[in-house]
Design a protein around this ligand. Structure first.
Ligand code: R2B
Ligand code: URA
Length: 307
């Protein structure tokens, strides 16, 4: 089931490198990747990042450093110093372990898409070949036990459409949000070998808020009843949604626009049919957060053997 040829409708070259479709970029003498603290003139991006095969993104800097260490261990890569490659910028943290780039994206679509767009430019300038992009996240689960893992099959926006919506020049632009079914099946196969937790493939709602935007009753403001909340969650369930987080729609839309294969793998911290507060202990949450890492690192190591 491990395949190298992805067949995406993309601006990809025969060797797996890919071009950016924005023609305006050709006019730039230097392209400054402002939030990464890098540019394509003063840094030899092909030398620094040309061998990247996998990009792993997640919300926090801490978790991405832990992931980098975990990947180094799993792939048996001798790496002692985990240096933040974006140190001039301070907004995000990026670590590289062999062919794996681990970078945090903060909370929510605006923070994630800034980082993702600069990473897409970075990968194109670096001439990385067929890079796969993963988001390893946390989420609220719908009718599944906390600690379960969800692989996203589609993203759903706050008004229940399968799209990422962004106002551009005063008009709403809608970009479809679907994930790569074959990659998802490969990830599910790897995840299913883990017997200590369950993994599901299902839809993911990406909300623009943690509280009202996710039908919570515990925010500072709430203008609906508990029945309204449960009825909304049941509507989501009927649509095949398994979890709620804050980035999946934009993540799938933008990676597809770039012609790159991607997946979102999230652990769930709460069953939203039963509550809103994230009540497990810190130790429990830390253990659960390792589950997406385990799945992705295992997938990468199987794939890595074949590189
Ligand atoms: C999951 O967790 C964060 C909010 O707590 C957000 O980034 C997300 O998608
Ligand atoms: N992240 C979210 O966005 N929602 C949750 O319920 C938990 C984590």
């Amino acid at each position: 089931i491990w395949s190298k040829n992805f067949g995406t409708a993309s601006p990809k070259n025969a060797d797996g490198t890919f071009n950016l479709t924005n023609k305006h970029l050709a006019k730039l003498d230097v392209d400054i990747l402002y939030h990464l603290g890098l540019d394509n003139k003063n840094y030899d991006l092909p030398k620094m990042f040309g061998d990247v095969k996998f990009v792993c993104m997640g919300g926090t800097k801490y978790r991405m450093k832990e992931l980098a260490k975990y990947v180094a261990n799993t792939l048996n890569i001798d790496c002692k110093d985990f240096i933040n490659l974006t140190k001039h910028s301070h907004r995000y943290a990026m670590y590289k372990v062999g062919p794996v780039l681990c970078v945090n994206h903060g909370i929510g679509i605006p923070s994630m898409t800034i980082l993702l767009q600069e990473v897409i430019k970075l990968l194109s300038y670096a001439k990385a070949k067929d890079p796969l992009i993963f988001r390893l996240g946390t989420s609220g689960g719908l009718d599944i036990p906390p600690g379960s893992v969800v692989i996203s099959s589609f993203g759903l926006n706050g008004t229940l459409e399968k799209s990422y919506d962004i106002p551009v020049l005063g008009k709403m632009k809608k970009i479809p949000s679907f994930f790569d079914n074959r990659l998802n099946q490969e990830l599910l196969y790897v995840a299913s070998e883990e017997k200590s937790f369950s993994t599901f493939i299902g839809g993911t709602m990406a909300a623009d808020d943690f509280y009202r935007g996710q039908a919570r009753l515990d925010g500072p403001f709430c203008d609906y009843t508990e029945e309204d909340k449960l009825s909304f969650i049941n509507t989501l369930l009927q649509m095949g949604v398994k979890n709620i987080e804050m980035e999946a729609t934009a993540f799938s839309a933008m990676t597809r626009e770039a012609g790159l294969r991607s997946a979102v793998v999230c652990v769930t911290f709460v069953n939203r049919l039963e509550g809103d507060q994230v009540t497990p202990t810190k130790a429990q949450l830390l253990e659960w957060q390792e589950r997406p890492m385990l799945v992705i690192a295992k997938y990468i190591s199987k794939y890595y053997e074949r590189l």
